[in-house]
Design a protein around this ligand. Structure first.
Ligand code: C2E
Ligand code: MG
Ligand code: MG
Ligand code: MG
Length: 278
């Protein structure tokens, strides 16, 4: 009967939840080990200028090659890293790795590259975080503040207090660019433009992807671009996959494009080849 069925599904449900919890704990243990065991690495995805200017820009994207489970997507392990606080250690590694490479490319390839780094809320809130030290670490390496760009999401700004906005302001004043990532997916994207310093907006790929079939999304893309221009903010379109999307964005006056049409996120060796060719 219904009662028995309900009871069964209840048991089934808790069993599933238990399994999920165990899976998470085991993945978190693996992640702790991964950091020490060099299983994490970065891929670089180029960001190109619509007007053809040869600025060398790319976003650093974190990858995890698990020895048994293979590639684990960042959307699966980054939330785990954030909840556990492990993200601080991971991001310090990302920063070290990125700045080391930027310096290498400058010396061995004579290329000045700006790399975007994704940041998490805990970088700005956590006491142990040394994001404020990033600036001096950058300058210690002989790199200019313009070598890196910090991407922030609405997630962060939603909880942000005076402390966070002060930190962002410090970075920006020192010359580090700030970009608002996944713009348009949150509830109050526009209000953040009023409250926080931003050099760039990254239009979320969900808008770009459906631009050619959902006419509203095309209008929204255009409105975001027009608004950003009036505010003196640069616009990056994410997830550009087709020439048609590229051409429309270009006609709308978008500044930068990132997506599979230009290049997929690349292993460092391929990215170095890309740098040599550009
Ligand atoms: P995101 O910052 O919005 O990164 C862009 C995502 O779009 C990347 O997913 C990239 O691989 C994907 N992408 C790029 N071009 C295209 C395209 O043409 N089509 C489609 N469909 N997708 C495209 P990925 O690498 O899976 O990263 C997911 C998210 O994980 C990132 O979203 C970012 O929020 C987070 N993440 C990645 N690396 C880091 C990191 O080092 N630290 C932190 N805190 N978060 C990171
Ligand atoms: Mg990003
Ligand atoms: Mg994004
Ligand atoms: Mg994202």
């Amino acid at each position: 009967g219904a009662k028995a069925q309900g009871k069964n599904s209840y048991h089934y449900f808790t069993h599933d939840m238990q399994k999920a919890a165990i899976k998470r704990i085991s993945l978190l243990n693996d992640l702790r080990y991964a950091v020490k065991n060099n299983e994490l690495f970065l891929e670089y995805q180029p960001i190109v200028c619509f007007n053809g200017t040869k600025e060398l820009k790319a976003e650093a994207l974190l990858r995890w090659q698990h020895p048994q489970k293979g590639r684990i997507p960042p959307d699966d392990f980054i939330p785990l890293a954030e909840e556990s606080g492990l993200i601080i250690e991971i991001s310090n590694w990302v920063f070290e790795e990125v700045t080391k490479r930027i310096k290498q490319w400058r010396i061995s390839l004579s290329k000045d590259v700006q790399i975007s780094i994704n940041t998490s809320p805990s970088h700005y809130f956590n006491q142990e975080s040394n994001i404020t030290e990033w600036l001096s670490l950058l300058l210690d390496k002989g790199l200019s503040a313009r070598s890196i760009l910090l991407e922030v999401t609405e997630n962060l700004l939603m909880e942000a207090d005076a402390d966070v906005s002060r930190k962002l302001f410090q970075f920006r004043q020192a010359g580090v660019d700030i970009a608002l990532d996944d713009f348009g997916t949150g509830f109050s994207s526009i209000s953040y433009l009023k409250k926080f310093p931003t050099d760039y907006i990254k239009i979320d790929k969900s808008f770009v992807n459906s631009m050619t079939d959902v006419s509203n999304d095309k209008v929204l893309c255009e409105a975001i671009i027009v608004m950003a221009k009036k505010l003196g903010i640069g616009v990056v379109a994410e997830g550009v996959e087709t020439q048609e999307q590229f051409d429309i964005l270009n006609a709308m006056g978008c500044d930068y494009a990132q997506g599979y049409l230009i290049a997929k996120p690349m292993h460092i060796c391929d990215f170095e080849t890309y740098l040599k060719e550009n």
